[in-house]
Write a protein that binds this ligand. Structure first.
Ligand SMILES: [Fe+2]
Length: 309
């Protein structure tokens, strides 16, 4: 079974209208809407990536795009996935569903017809002491408003049992642990992992799934790619001006290197934008780190507590 990328996430939410307002301010675009559900996409060419249905607050699943239609059959035969079904969501396609050790629903999807991607805005050109590139010309001013988001890039999960879940994601979905963290001075007790999709020599994001052992078994955050940190700082200011609640950012993670900005959606699930992620391939050597010796933000002294409260 070969995964290509993370494709979607789904939730039950207590207020469809407020969720839509927040998500649109964050940068998602509405594709389909009724009184009881909403489906949204990024501007990067996906048919959809986010679905919310009215109900009690909850994370109801995630989905990965697979390389071949036959991967769906393989998942049914080898891993006990549900029978292949036609998808009713935008872009059509086919899917199956697996269940993780802690009961999370994981769809595998294929054959979804995407959309035309939005153009990338002009790249930032930075004058530095070593490199002068902009003459008699001001810096590009980005509009104040929702970020242009290009794709759902990764998500973070709280799990009760790191080892059991990491093994499942590795053995069933074929993910690879890029970096992990253990409790202080006990390398055998891993509690955090950053898992990437295995595409061999092809470079992929440092992680598509982040697992953190916790009393909760739930989604921690979803993360969408923005163009660069300039776009994130502008969106940060916009989200604040619209009365949304900041969780953490703008900052830069040491593991994965990406610049992050994290906001609370109405049901207090975390929405993150990221940019400038590390890309790794099968030449990457797994890093295993002592969690007590590892800061989580290169740009501030703020403790990471609020990121995990
Ligand atoms: Fe993240």
């Amino acid at each position: 079974m070969a995964l290509r990328s993370l494709h979607h996430v789904s939730f039950t939410v207590t207020d469809i209208e407020k969720t839509q307002q927040f998500a649109e301010d964050f940068g998602l675009r509405t594709v389909e809407k009724s009184d009881n559900h909403i489906i949204m996409k990024t501007a990067g060419g996906d048919a959809w990536c986010y679905k919310a249905v009215r109900g009690e607050r909850g994370f109801t699943g995630m989905g990965f795009l697979v390389e071949n239609a036959s991967d769906l059959e393989d998942a049914v035969r080898d891993h006990g996935a549900t029978p292949v079904r036609k998808l009713e969501t935008p872009g059509g396609g086919y899917g199956v569903t697996l269940t993780s050790p802690e009961g999370m629903k994981i769809d595998l999807v294929h054959g979804i017809e995407g959309d035309t991607p939005a153009e990338v805005q002009p790249e930032l050109r930075l004058n530095t002491p070593a490199s002068r590139v902009r003459f008699s010309e001001p810096q590009e001013t980005r509009p104040l408003g929702p970020a242009t988001l290009y794709r759902l890039g990764h998500l973070g999960l709280y799990v009760n049992d790191y080892k059991k879940n990491a093994e499942w994601f590795v053995n069933t979905l074929g993910l690879i642990v890029t970096d992990s963290m253990h409790i202080p001075n006990v390398p055998q007790k891993t509690v955090v992992g950053f898992l990437r999709i295995d595409r061999g020599e092809k470079f992929v994001d440092h992680h598509s799934v982040f697992l953190a052992e916790d009393k909760r078994s739930d989604l921690h955050h979803i993360s969408f790619e923005a163009q660069d940190y300039e776009a994130q700082f502008r969106a940060h200011r916009w989200l604040g001006s619209q009365g949304h609640e900041l969780n953490w950012g703008v900052g830069r993670h040491p593991l994965g290197s990406h610049v992050f900005d994290v906001w609370f959606a109405p049901d207090r699930y975390r929405f993150e934008s990221f940019s400038d992620t590390d890309l790794v391939n099968n030449a990457h050597v797994h890093g295993h780190h002592d969690i007590s010796k590892h800061e989580m933000d290169c740009w501030s002294d703020e403790p990471a507590n609020k990121y995990f409260e």
